[in-house]
Ligand binder design. Sequence first.
Ligand code: FAD
Length: 399
Amino acid sequence: MLNIAIAGGGIGGLAAALACARAGLTVQVLERNPDFTELGAGIQLAPNAFRALDLLGVAEQVRASAVPVDSLRLLDAHSAATLAELPLGPGYRKRFGNPYAVVHRGDLHAALLSACRAHGRITLLAGTEVTGYENTGGSVRVLPARGRAFEADVLIGADGIRSKVRAQLVGDGGPRVSGHTIHRAVVPMSDVPPELRWNSVNLWAGAGWHLVHYPIARGEQLNLAVTRDDGARRAVAGIPTDRDTVLSGFPDAHPRARRLLELGGNWRTWVLCDRAPTRKWTERRVSLIGDAAHPMLQYAAQGACMALEDAVVLGRLLDGCPPEDVERRLERFAALRQERTARAQQVSQWMGHALYHPSGAEADARDAMLSSLSADGLMDAVEWLHAHDAGDVPVPVHP
Ligand SMILES: Cc1cc2nc3c(=O)[nH]c(=O)nc-3n(C[C@H](O)[C@H](O)[C@H](O)COP(=O)(O)OP(=O)(O)OC[C@H]3O[C@@H](n4cnc5c(N)ncnc54)[C@H](O)[C@@H]3O)c2cc1C
């Protein structure tokens, strides 16, 4: 039975732990923070994520607090005109086999965490930072910041966009700073006027900025996120920002969009980062998953969905793997996942500048392109992303 060490207890790391344990392997998850927690904000989950959650055995728990939304809507942030709307009702669910829903990140993380806690083959170690590794031949030596190094058969770097495992494995420096600043807030739904309680994912596209809002936590809260392409050069993560600073940044917002912004208190600010796709995900007994492997801007709302898919594919590949075949299986894992995740990274970039932020003639071209698409045409456009079944990938059975 293989021993798997996983650096990072975020969505990707916990999902990988479950996938490996369900395949009969022994797993240790090493999390740098003193607790296993997630950010208090929303996250969109497309049917491909629900398919992965089904295969991890936690879809029911996630569904219990998720809000299935009626549509994905793109509005003009200056005129409030609807530019495109993808219906997510019965036709969409039939086609993609699962709902499109929005959840509180804490609820998704808690579902994965409690399944890991309940699993006898998973050990969760908080307050344990992984600083690097040594590939020793028949095993990998995992190097924690404190305490003794230990041996594992496999090390998975699920330690996010500033991954230490990636720093050693790929050595490509810090992530790329996008120049986009995002402010996020969560508002009790009881504070939201009834006429603004829309059961959809709404994206208001302005000139160089956009606002996203949707309900989370069984509809008890409203998630707000507003982003501006302001050329910020320094990455910041989660710094508190006062309400007036946020409001003064979007003077050209339509009054309805402005009313939504005015609901936010407790704003926090990030400068978004990503990386270009890389072909180097594995080194002998070490591999990367999730944001450590393929961090993307959030514009396709697929970073966590891809991490869940990675976990399922990894678990399938390591299922029944003899120790001498580990390196080959990890290479196969990378080969199976790289094209799809690279496409998601590139599409996320494209969506930011071509759909969410254009102005003038470019905005006119976008509007013309979108108005030519029917609901079926919009579904065709997301088919490659939303219809994917991570359980349906060909995996090698024998060395
Ligand atoms: C504004 C925003 C909105 C988003 N919206 C969506 C969305 O709607 N849908 C979607 O699918 N995705 C979305 N994403 C992307 C999604 O949040 C990420 O892709 C996902 O959280 C990645 O999970 P991960 O486990 O790979 O990395 P992380 O969530 O970064 O987790 C990494 C974990 O590793 C730990 N760690 C770090 N370094 C070490 C170390 N050296 N040793 C041990 N532990 C370590 C960290 O503490 C953390 O717990 C969004 C992202 C942003 C920024």
